[in-house]
Design a protein around this ligand. Structure first.
Ligand code: AMP
Length: 452
């Protein structure tokens, strides 16, 4: 199957080629024909499934006919980063069509947004708060909107935006096509969907599970040993591009600084930064200037960076959804990735909720000297032969199990100086790296936990 089946206009087909999309993803296969027909959509889709192009491409096709310079599509997203992301995708896919979009969000001046809109755009991608400001200021109106997209609706709900969404809906009258995408379906979103969607086509892709291409590993670790464990993992694992999540802004900032001191090209993305700094951090990470980005959940929503090889949950996320979103930042568009989660005793409740949602048990990996005391868990069975990364990671199990861990872990994080001095990023030889890695992964249950 390829994109020719949708019969897109050649100007849109050029955008698809420019993005190097060859085969439609499952959500694109399901959603594109229905959107082209003008149907409403209720999309239950996880991150990294190609959801954005699934709604952008057919909307572009429908916008090719009709007036230019009027706001005919409104896309509402919960965060600035996601709004920028969608706007960027539109810009790439619509390059040849002459259709224009603008991203509208707070934290930056209104004037540039007003100028852009007044110069004529067909698509507005907006966060709810700033959009309402513009609507109240009468910068533009929604009277000509033919397509409304609510993206990541469950996160808009989590972030308290539902009243704003209802206010925005009050500015809209007349016929329109409405597309609502959400990774989960809490009651409030179900009610909203029932109210605003008209005979929707339901599109559902692997609801609430990280993509199967992500290997997930859980490390049992005491809170004050997390940075030591992180540095050891980073020194012994081949990581192309790593996204680390912390619970607080302060912790993201501090950890990024510690990693910089340890010689890593790291930066942070968190709410204490100005919009300009956030953008710089994200662009630098996308370009590969920063190999490590330490972020909080809110700041990281909608981050779409292809090629993130590792996601590390330095702090366990507060909800199962947040876990799904974080882990979904790697393994995107069918690439493989690894997600490491650092957890202690206090995290057991959320870990079992995550396990229930995954439908499989996670295995605690203990690291000598660093692990939290955990009850004994039954190791999960490895699905033999299916996961190529298992082989690579467990290349020398015998050595590690023989009770001679190949490297020392520092006992505490009292300061960077206490950490094993010989562990230097990029300096360990591959043999040494393999040993360390084998020691880490085999020291507990000896298993990775995997999403079957
Ligand atoms: P999304 O779920 O929209 O955030 O998309 C995840 C990633 O998949 C983005 O980097 C897209 O550019 C990419 N993508 C979307 N559709 C395709 C496709 N048909 N083939 C390959 N990559 C795609």
């Amino acid at each position: 199957m390829n994109f020719t089946q949708f019969d897109f206009h050649q100007k849109i087909a050029a955008g698809i080629r420019a993005c190097n999309y060859e085969t439609p993803t499952p959500i694109q296969e399901q959603a594109i024909p229905a959107i082209l027909e003008g149907r409403d959509i209720l999309g239950l889709a996880q991150t990294g499934t190609g959801k954005t192009a699934a709604f952008v491409l057919p909307i572009l096709q429908r916008l090719l006919n009709g007036p230019r310079g009027k706001v005919r599509t409104l896309i509402v997203a919960p965060t600035r980063e996601l709004a920028e992301q969608i706007h960027g995708d539109i810009t790439r896919l619509a390059r040849q069509t002459g259709l224009r979009s603008v991203a509208v969000y707070g934290g930056v001046g209104k004037l540039a947004q007003i100028k852009r809109i007044r110069a004529g755009v067909e698509i507005v991608v907006a966060c709810p708060g700033r959009l309402l400001d513009h609507l109240r200021d009468k910068t533009f109106n929604l009277s000509k909107v033919e397509h409304l997209v609510l993206d990541e609706a469950d996160h808009m709900f989590d972030m308290g935006f539902l009243p704003d969404i209802r206010r925005i809906l009050n500015y809209m009258h007349g016929e329109r096509q409405t597309l609502l995408f959400s990774a989960t379906m809490p009651d409030e979103i179900r009610h909203l969907a029932e109210e605003i969607l008209n005979g929707p086509v339901r599109v559902q892709i692997a609801h609430s599970k990280p993509t199967a291409t992500v290997a997930q590993v859980l490390f049992s670790v005491e809170q004050n040993n997390k940075t030591s464990l992180l540095k050891d993992i980073m020194a012994t694992t081949n990581m192309a591009s790593t996204l680390i999540f912390t619970r607080t802004k302060h912790r993201a900032e501090t950890l990024a600084r510690q990693l910089q001191k340890a010689g890593y090209a790291a930066t942070s993305l968190q709410g204490n930064l100005s919009q300009q700094k956030r953008q710089q951090a994200l662009s630098g990470f996308k370009r590969g200037d920063f190999k490590v980005l330490v972020a909080t959940d809110i700041a990281a929503r909608g981050i779409d960076v292809t090629g993130i090889s590792h996601v590390i949950n330095y702090d366990v996320p507060a909800t199962v959804d947040a876990y799904t979103h974080r882990v979904g930042r790697t393994g995107r568009a069918s690439r493989t990735g690894e997600a490491f989660t650092f957890a202690g005793r206090e995290d057991r409740k959320i870990i079992s909720q995550i396990e229930r949602s995954l439908g499989s048990k996670l295995v605690w990996n203990n690291v000598p000297g660093l692990s939290a005391e955990m009850p004994t868990f039954t190791p999960a069975k490895e699905p033999a032969g299916k996961k190529p990364w298992l082989k690579a990671k467990r290349s020398r199990p015998g050595r590690a199990r023989a009770g001679r861990p190949a490297f020392k872990f520092a006992k505490s994080e009292g300061g960077d100086k206490q950490e094993a001095p010989h562990v230097r990023p990029g300096k360990a030889g591959s043999r040494q790296k393999r040993r360390r890695r084998a020691a880490m992964l085999d020291s507990g249950s000896g298993n990775l936990f995997l999403n079957p």
